[in-house]
Design a protein around this ligand. Structure first.
Ligand code: GAL
Ligand code: CA
Length: 340
C-alpha cells in the first residue's frame, strides 16, 4: 500500500518535466519554436477579428507554436503575462502593448531574460526601441491612414456642396478619436483634419471623444448624445478613427433617422457591407492580415537567431524605429468591391 502511494507521488513529481526533456532534445527548427503572444483586448474588433486569426493560422503554416493571451485592456495584466511567458521559457515574445507608454518596461523584461521581442500594433518610442538590440516593431505608418482618410473627405466635400449644410464654407465636424496617446489615434486625429486645412478649407470641431478600447458601444453612446445635444443639428461630418466606433455611430444615426457623412479606418468586412448599403462613405484598409504575417515572420526568424526579415519580402525602416510598416489603402463606394 505504502509503496503504491510513494510510486504515485514520484510519477506526479516527474511527469510535468517529461515534456521539457522531450523539448530539449529537438533541434531549433520552426517546429520547436514557441511564440508567447497577446492581444491588448479580445473585445477589439480589428485586433481580435482580423489580426488574431492570421497570427494563429500563419504561425501554424510556418510550423511554429503560438500562445495568445487576452490582456483585457489592462497593462498590469500584460506585465504578468510577459513574466509568465519568460518563466515558461518561450523562444520569442510577440506583444501588443495595452499602453504604448509602457513599451520600455516590457522591453526591459525581455532584455533581462535575453528573449527577442516583436512589438506589434502599438509602437514604442525610438528611445525605447534603441534600448535593446533584439526588439522590433510591426505596424503601419500611422499618419498615412489619416492622410488617406482626409483626402477622401476633402474630395467628397469639394464634389458635394450640400455637405456644407449651413453654407458657411466651414466643416462642422465631430470626432471619435480612439485611445489617447496611441500613435494611430493621435496621427489620424491630426492628419484627417489637416487635409482640409491644407486644401484651404476651414474646419470647426464641435466635439471630440476618446475611448481606450475603440469600441462600438462608445461610438453609439457618443453619437446618440451628440445628435440630441445643442449642436446636434449643426454636425456636417463624422470622423471616426476606426470602423468599430463608426459602426456604433451608424447605429445611433439610424435610430435617430439621420444620415450624416461618416468616414472611418480599418476596412473590416462589416464596414464594406455598410458602404454597400450606403451607410458609410469611406474607410481605410488597415492591412491586419499582412501585419500579422510580418509579426510571425520576424518572430520566427529572430527566434532562430536569423536576421529579422531574412527570406521575407518585408523591409525594416532605417530611421531608428526598427519597424516593418504595412501600407494603408483608401476604400470608397467606388472601389470597395475589390476588398470583399
Ligand atoms: C488600430 C486599429 C483600431 C484598434 C487599434 C488597437 O490600428 O485601427 O481599430 O484595433 O489599432 O490598438
Ligand atoms: Ca458648414
Amino acid at each position: 500500500m505504502k509503496k503504491a502511494i510513494l510510486f504515485t507521488l514520484i510519477i506526479m513529481m516527474v511527469l510535468p518535466f517529461a515534456g521539457l526533456f522531450a523539448e530539449g532534445q529537438k533541434d531549433k527548427g520552426s517546429d520547436s519554436i514557441v511564440i508567447g503572444a497577446n492581444i491588448y483586448n479580445f473585445q477589439d474588433n480589428f485586433m481580435n477579428g482580423v489580426m488574431k486569426p492570421v497570427l494563429e493560422s500563419y504561425a501554424a503554416e510556418l510550423g511554429a507554436e503560438i500562445q495568445i493571451v487576452d490582456s483585457e485592456g489592462q497593462q498590469a495584466i500584460l506585465n504578468n503575462q510577459v513574466d509568465i511567458f519568460i518563466t515558461k521559457g518561450v523562444d520569442v515574445l510577440a506583444i501588443n502593448l495595452v499602453d504604448p507608454a509602457s513599451a520600455q518596461s516590457v522591453i526591459d523584461k525581455a532584455k533581462k531574460a535575453d528573449i527577442p521581442l516583436v512589438l506589434f500594433n502599438k509602437e514604442g518610442t525610438k528611445e525605447a526601441m534603441a534600448s535593446y538590440d533584439k526588439v522590433w516593431y510591426v505596424g503601419t505608418d500611422s499618419a498615412e491612414s489619416g492622410i488617406i482618410q482626409g483626402q477622401m473627405m476633402v474630395a467628397d466635400w469639394k464634389a458635394n456642396p450640400k455637405m456644407d449644410k449651413n453654407g458657411d464654407g466651414v466643416v462642422q465636424y465631430v470626432m471619435l478619436k480612439g485611445e489617447p496617446g496611441h500613435p494611430d489615434a493621435e496621427a489620424r486625429t491630426r492628419e484627417s483634419v489637416k487635409a482640409f486645412t491644407d486644401a484651404g478649407i476651414k474646419v470647426k470641431q464641435l466635439a471630440l471623444e476618446a475611448d481606450p478600447n475603440w469600441s462600438t458601444q462608445h461610438g453609439n453612446d457618443k453619437m446618440a448624445a451628440w445628435l440630441t445635444s445643442s449642436f446636434g443639428k449643426d454636425i456636417e461630418l463624422v470622423i471616426c478613427n476606426n470602423d468599430g466606433m463608426g459602426f456604433g455611430a451608424i447605429t445611433a444615426m439610424k435610430a435617430a433617422g439621420v444620415r450624416l457623412p461618416i468616414y472611418s479606418v480599418d476596412a473590416l468586412d462589416q464596414a464594406l457591407t455598410h458602404i454597400a448599403e450606403g451607410e458609410l462613405d469611406g474607410t481605410v484598409l488597415n492591412d491586419g492580415a499582412n501585419q500579422a504575417k510580418a509579426t510571425i515572420d520576424l518572430a520566427v526568424n529572430v527566434a532562430k537567431g536569423k536576421a529579422p526579415t531574412e527570406g521575407t519580402n518585408w523591409t525594416l525602416t532605417t530611421d531608428g524605429s526598427k519597424a516593418v510598416r504595412v501600407a494603408y489603402v483608401g476604400v470608397t463606394p467606388k472601389n470597395y468591391q475589390e476588398f470583399r
